[in-house]
Design a protein around this ligand. Structure first.
Ligand code: C2O
Ligand code: CU
Ligand code: CU
Length: 455
């Protein structure tokens, strides 16, 4: 007899992919342990563009992964069926048609898929009433939905000058003086945030892309959140004065500005780097990486303070197993386009150095060699959760270094010019998946490749 819970289906007729008809980020929530069977139907609105939705971070069968080869034409439908196998965490969905991901996401087609487990109740985490999910996306003011891809945009990715939190500029959240769980997701096309509290308090990180961190919360003065990374933090708003207002900001940094990138390319390092040139470029070319921005404000109510309890995070997972295979991908960006081992996207091709043994550990080394235009790239692998084993090389810039969270399980990581990052991955779903730069303009420009998970 089939267990009732396993046969229950929920149909979420969720996403219409018509260019320009922006949907505010929505949150289909699923409860992993009680409703494991999920059926979702994508309807590409007539008169719109082809599309396909990808469940970013989810371990789903090949056919449910939203690979661009499954894109449906306007008016068409795609049916997804999968069982939620991910641990509780903050996952995403967004369109993935080749060459059109950036404009469709910019139109607002990106949201959270939150997985919950009954298990979480034992962790003394704030309950759902004391939880905020905040989807962060930047936009160009004045033309908030019209998308155009000029030369500068192809290179740096589209950068806005206004930050939307859950679709709103100048968002304000009302919170009570107690501990809150904040799920922060960056669904910006290209912007890297340096998140910090306006009053200088450290942030306490309890989770990353793919679930809770083990052990104790990590404290950081600021957090670097690259496109499509997520982070969960715990904030005790009761430690501020009643009625106080604090902001979640993105602090200024200069290391990723076009000025300093070009400075590095010319071998000048500091010469053109930093604020001066960055500031000049900003004036000339529109919004830049590293501009100070406000993400959202929080107003603390005058209710009675609720003392926080000590959270119980999961025990450390077993150490990564000895690898059965090793892969190497050289990341480069030249003539306005990105490459992995010198190759760009080909809808059906998989090279020998893109095959991973199913069910067995692979150490996959990515090296951003700085050839061509030295740029940071948020690298993402579909259909897996991985661990970052090592980050080496010239290293992350001084003004971002402290905010990188390489702990826990991830599906996206930022790699800076000159860095080499080793990830440990054990694919569990057979089939053809993909990996790519998650700067959406780089991705649409072909900085994307298939990878094959096979026994
Ligand atoms: Cu967020 Cu290829 O995906
Ligand atoms: Cu993905
Ligand atoms: Cu890139």
């Amino acid at each position: 007899m089939a267990n009732d819970l396993w046969t229950r289906r929920r149909v979420l007729k969720a996403i219409a992919a018509a260019a320009g008809s922006a949907a505010a980020p929505t949150m289909p929530r699923s409860t992993a342990a009680t409703e494991p069977d999920l059926e979702l139907r994508l309807t590409a609105a007539p008169g719109g563009e082809p599309s396909i939705v990808h469940w970013h971070g989810m371990l789903v069968p090949e056919e449910a992964d939203g690979h661009p080869r499954f894109a449906v034409d306007s008016g068409g439908e795609y049916l997804y069926e999968f069982t939620v196998r991910n641990p509780a965490g903050t996952y995403l969905y967004h369109p993935h048609p080749h060459g059109r991901t950036a404009p469709q996401v910019y139109s607002g087609l990106a949201g959270l898929l939150i997985v919950r487990e009954p298990d979480e109740a034992k962790r003394a985490l704030p309950g759902r009433e004391h939880e905020l999910a905040i989807v962060i996306q930047d936009r160009r003011s004045g033309n908030s939905f019209s998308y155009s891809r000029g030369m500068m945009t192809q290179m740096s990715g589209l950068l806005g000058d206004v930050v939307l939190a859950n679709g709103r500029a100048d968002a304000v959240f009302r919170v009570t003086p107690r501990a809150w769980r904040l799920r922060l997701a960056n669904v910006s096309n290209a912007r890297v945030y340096k998140l910090a509290w306006s009053d200088g308090r450290p942030l306490r990180v309890i989770g990353t892309d793919s679930g809770l961190l083990p052990g104790k919360p990590l404290e950081r003065p600021y957090l670097v959140l690259a496109p499509f990374e997520r982070v969960e933090i715990l904030e005790d708003f009761g430690t501020r004065a009643p009625g106080a207002e604090i902001a979640l900001e993105s602090l200024e940094f200069s290391s990723l500005s076009m000025g300093s990138m070009m400075g590095n390319m010319m071998g000048g390092g500091g010469m053109m780097g930093g604020g001066g040139m960055g500031g000049m470029m900003r004036g000339m070319m529109g919004p830049e990486q590293g501009e100070p921005l406000t993400v959202a404000r929080f107003v603390i109510s005058r209710d009675a303070r609720v003392k926080p309890s000590e959270v119980v995070l999961p025990a450390s997972p077993p150490a990564p197993e000895k690898p059965a295979a090793a892969l190497y991908s050289r990341v480069s960006f030249r003539r306005m386009r990105g490459f992995f081992n010198g190759r760009d996207f080909d809808m059906d091709a998989v090279a020998d150095d893109e095959r991973l043994p199913l069910g067995r550990p692979t150490v996959w080394t990515f090296e951003n060699d700085g050839g061509g235009m030295p740029m940071p790239h948020p690298i993402h692998i579909h259909g897996v959760r991985f661990r970052i084993l090592e980050r080496r090389g010239d290293g992350a810039p001084q003004d971002l270094r402290e905010g990188l969270i390489d702990a826990g399980f991830k599906d996206t990581f930022l790699i800076f010019p000159g860095e080499r990052v080793k990830v440990h991955v054990v694919p569990t779903e057979p089939g053809m998946f993909m990996y790519h730069c998650h700067n959406l303009e780089h991705e649409d420009g072909g900085m994307m490749r298939n990878c094959l998970f096979r026994a």
